[in-house]
Design a protein around this ligand. Structure first.
Ligand code: F6R
Ligand code: MG
Ligand code: MG
Length: 366
């Protein structure tokens, strides 16, 4: 059967700053989705990561379906009204446009969708990150799909010998989707050259070169490109199919043990280690650190299995400790150098005004 997975996430308000959504917000999203269950879509699940709520839906309408997008948009809208009533912080923050016009892309929420023919068993992973941007998935995806140091399947599984095709988007371009397709292993260095700059070049999708099937798809929204100013970090989501001609679940997870520094953290303007956390985790230290959750599922005829929390394991407690140490270490240098993002990526306008005011006070001496 051909099934579509649609994952949509948005920050529509949270408790005590940008910590986590309230239970009543999640309930409102659920209340709004429930009437469509079994008719417009087959199944759904809700979770939160920091201040973002993620909706996962399964259906047969394909990607970019106006009805499915509308249902998600209405659910977020309804919950944003609850957030306003409760006086939650940043109520409706990611709903940047007032009216829905057929597609949720460009309206604020992050979206990752894929359509495929279900395999006999169809395991897949939903990653959701908070206090960071879509480039946060560049390194983990690169290592899982290109590097035999991480993905042993590239050496051991004939299903993967041909490698993978990457679609990479230049998210600085706002007139449309500026995308390049590159294949690994032949164009590995070109892929690396782009992914090196995660604020600009972002993996949009990955395909198997053996079967041509879609392997991974990430949200690539840049909120400040939509709104023209800082309105919160882009907090991406990612769907990855696992096993068979795709990397094994453990190969997809392994790179997260690196806890690479990513852009985001406090005020979307710093660097911090990407900490793998359990589902439904909040943020804390310096509005962070940047976090990523991963829920594993199987889907059969569109019905979702029970969920398995991929980072809920003693191994990841140790990794979280390393991430905490890396976070504290970098925070020790406060605003200085690499602790903060470069000028063009600072998500608040204040520094621009400050530097502009100082510019007039400089004098040129010869
Ligand atoms: C980052 C984030 C927070 C806020 C910070 C200041 O994505 O959501 O770090 O940027 O708490 O929030 P405001 O400017 O809303 O007071
Ligand atoms: Mg927020
Ligand atoms: Mg967020």
């Amino acid at each position: 059967m051909r099934v579509t997975l649609t994952a949509i996430k948005a920050d529509i308000g949270s408790i005590g700053g940008h910590i986590r959504p309230s239970v009543s917000l999640l309930k409102e999203v659920e209340r709004s989705l429930q009437p469509h269950l079994g008719s417009d879509f087959i199944d759904f699940r809700l979770s939160y990561t920091g201040d973002d709520i993620a909706i996962l839906m399964t259906h047969t309408h394909g990607t970019d379906n106006p009805l499915i997008h509308q249902i998600a948009w209405d659910a977020f809208k309804a919950a944003a009204d609850v957030a306003k009533k409760e006086g939650l912080y940043g109520a409706g923050q990611d709903l940047l446009k007032d009216a829905f016009s057929g597609n949720i892309r460009g309206l604020g929420p992050g979206i990752a969708e894929m359509e495929f023919e279900e395999r006999k068993s169809e395991p897949f992973l939903l990653f959701a990150a908070d206090k960071t941007d879509p480039g946060a998935f560049n390194l983990p995806l690169y290592l899982a799909f290109c590097d035999p140091m991480y993905c042993s399947g590239l050496l051991l599984s004939p299903n993967m010998f041909k490698g993978f095709k990457f679609e990479i988007m230049d998210v600085s371009y706002t007139e449309g989707d500026k995308v390049i397709a590159l294949v690994a292993p032949e164009e590995l260095y070109d892929i690396a050259a782009l992914l090196r700059d995660p604020e600009r070049y972002v993996i949009k999708a990955v395909y198997s070169r053996t079967t041509g099937e879609i392997a991974a798809v990430a949200s690539t929204t840049r909120l400040h490109n939509i709104a023209g100013k800082y309105v919160g970090k882009d907090d991406p989501i990612l769907l990855v199919r696992a096993q068979g001609s795709f990397p094994a679940t453990g190969e997809i997870l392994e790179p997260y043990a690196l806890v690479p520094y990513v852009g985001g953290f406090m005020r979307g303007s710093h660097q911090g280690p990407l900490m793998p956390v359990k589902r439904n985790s909040s943020v804390s230290f310096f509005d962070g650190p940047p976090i990523v959750s991963c829920t594993a599922y199987c889907v059969k005829e569109g019905k979702l299995s029970e969920e398995a929390d991929a980072f809920d394991h003693p191994f990841w407690d140790y990794v979280r400790e390393i991430a905490s140490k890396k976070a504290i270490e970098l925070r020790r240098q406060g605003f200085y150098g690499n602790a903060m993002l470069p000028y063009g990526e600072l998500e608040y306008g204040g520094i621009v005004e400050r530097l502009k005011a100082l510019e007039g006070k400089f004098e040129i001496r010869h």
